[in-house]
Write a protein that binds this ligand. Structure first.
Ligand code: MG
Length: 473
């Protein structure tokens, strides 16, 4: 979880189970009197709240590497500072999705959730196809079909964004395509650069509010057997792997968080600044004593030069908007770390989520919960034997799996909702309704102290297709 300190304006709040220590912020606890006043939510009320933002998409094509995905979001901040996007490519195979966790307001998170996948999409597209698409329909350079896209930009900034994107596409269409990891990195960096230019060249409150807020991001790109996860900041991505012999679930993390718990990351920042800044570049486990994630998009008040700050930021936002000990910017980068994983038949699903989920559950717990949820869903479908020769032992295992699933049938069809329910209400003895009801009925002025915005997307892989592709390679 990360919240920005803005001197004289916003008080930093931290969750009681936050792993960061030493920031000296008073941790609030709800009083008994306040607790007695909390409304009593019924199981029906709880379901309504938990399921409000559910989304499920299924792909029926046999040659789709992603079989389906399930997503959900529970806000704590009003408005919610998390965003999410999922899309398939229009001119090539593959799937791409992202979770974006904003801070200092939702502006940056909302904007990059609508723009970053397009930048990545254009970058990973074959250059010949890219040029072909551009020559045919210059105004429709989306390259993507977004599945859960309900909002659009106001026309005033839409034109600015379209122009930036067009320039980006023109630039990359002139150079040779690099490998996917590099193209994703370039897309992150270019969009971040565009956010800066847009704020400085078209200085208005909209572009400036995007630049003054920030967001961390995790993006997953899947094409054939190649899974790339790019992460800037402290969202998380974990792969769910099932052991074929035992049926047990194993978690494989596909990112490292960029925060003060990551010593390599702390070392990187200290090395980028003079020794005299050793005690101020990172203070109280925060960048310049303010920002918890050590990488992010936006947040240009940790990136712009002192001259730009004096010319554009101070006149509008005041002296206090310049962080203390701001001597040798930039202190912050949008550069993602990209991990590449080749999918195997045992890889069943990928979970990407904002830190609001990881505050409550470990990667192993998340994978076990989704794995059990997947097993339980199988019992609702007609039993299908694997193709080819099947042994009695394999049939027996399948039946045992279905029986176990029936015993643990979850309340929620959507695995992202199942995770949120377990995050808020899980106990050693199962889900406790009163615990979830308590978390969901906390008043708006204190809820952020107990839980962060939670955004989750669970992507299920097409095992048959992965097995086929593996056999071909
Ligand atoms: Mg968060």
């Amino acid at each position: 979880m990360h919240t920005i300190f803005l001197r004289n304006s916003v008080v930093c709040v931290r969750q009681t189970n936050c792993s960061n220590v030493g920031c000296g912020v008073r941790q609030f606890r709800i009083t008994i009197r306040q607790k007695a006043q909390l409304p009593n939510l019924s199981p029906y009320d709880v379901n309504l709240i938990l399921r409000e933002n559910e989304y499920i998409q299924t792909f029926s094509e046999d040659d789709s590497i992603v079989r389906s995905y399930e997503s959900n979001q529970l806000s704590s901040n009003r408005p919610c500072e998390d965003s999410r996007t999922e899309a398939t490519f229009l001119h090539k195979s593959g799937f791409i999705c992202g979770v974006f966790d904003g801070h200092a307001g939702p502006a940056c998170s909302q904007v990059i959730s609508k723009r970053l996948l397009r930048y990545v999409g254009a970058g990973v597209l074959d250059r010949r196809v890219l040029k072909e698409v551009m020559s045919k329909d210059y105004n429709s350079q989306s390259f993507l079909k977004c599945h859960n896209d309900k909002a659009d930009f106001v026309s005033e900034i839409k034109t600015i964004y379209e122009n930036s994107f067009r320039e980006y596409v023109q630039t990359i269409s002139r150079v040779k395509k690099e490998n996917v990891a590099n193209e994703i990195t370039n897309a992150f960096m270019r969009l971040d650069d565009d956010l800066s230019k847009e704020a400085l060249n078209h200085s208005n409150m909209r572009t400036m509010s995007v630049a003054m807020s920030g967001a961390v991001a995790v993006v997953a790109h899947i094409d054939h057997l190649d899974l790339h996860v790019a992460s800037t900041g402290d969202c998380g991505a974990v792969l769910g792997i099932q052991c074929p012999e035992t049926g047990q679930w194993q978690a494989k993390k596909l990112n490292t968080e960029h925060n003060a718990d990551n010593l390599k990351e702390v070392q990187r920042i200290l090395e980028e600044h003079p020794n005299e800044e050793h005690d101020t570049a990172i203070r109280n486990e925060r960048l310049l004593g303010q920002l918890a994630p050590l990488r992010a998009l936006g947040d240009f008040r940790y990136k712009w030069s002192n001259e730009i700050m004096d010319k554009y930021v101070v006149p509008t936002f005041g002296e206090h908007s310049v962080p203390p000990h701001y001597y040798t910017p930039p202190y912050l980068t949008a550069q993602p770390e990209v991990q590449h994983h080749i999918l195997r038949p045992n890889d069943k699903f990928l979970v990407i989520a904002s830190d609001g989920l990881w505050d409550f559950l470990t990667p192993s717990q998340v994978i076990s919960l989704v794995g059990e949820h997947l097993n339980s869903k199988k019992v609702l479908e007609p039993m299908k034997l694997p193709t080819g020769e099947v042994t009695l032992l394999e049939v027996s295992k399948l039946l045992a799996e279905r029986k176990a699933g029936r015993a643990r049938k979850p309340l929620d069809q959507n695995s992202a909702t199942h995770l949120i329910r377990n995050a808020l209400g899980g106990t050693d003895y199962g889900i406790e309704h009163s615990k979830i009801a308590y978390y969901l009925s906390l008043p708006q002025d204190v809820v952020r102290l107990y839980r962060d915005d939670i955004t989750i997307t669970v992507i299920y892989f097409n095992t048959e297709y992965i097995t086929k592709l593996n056999a071909e390679t």
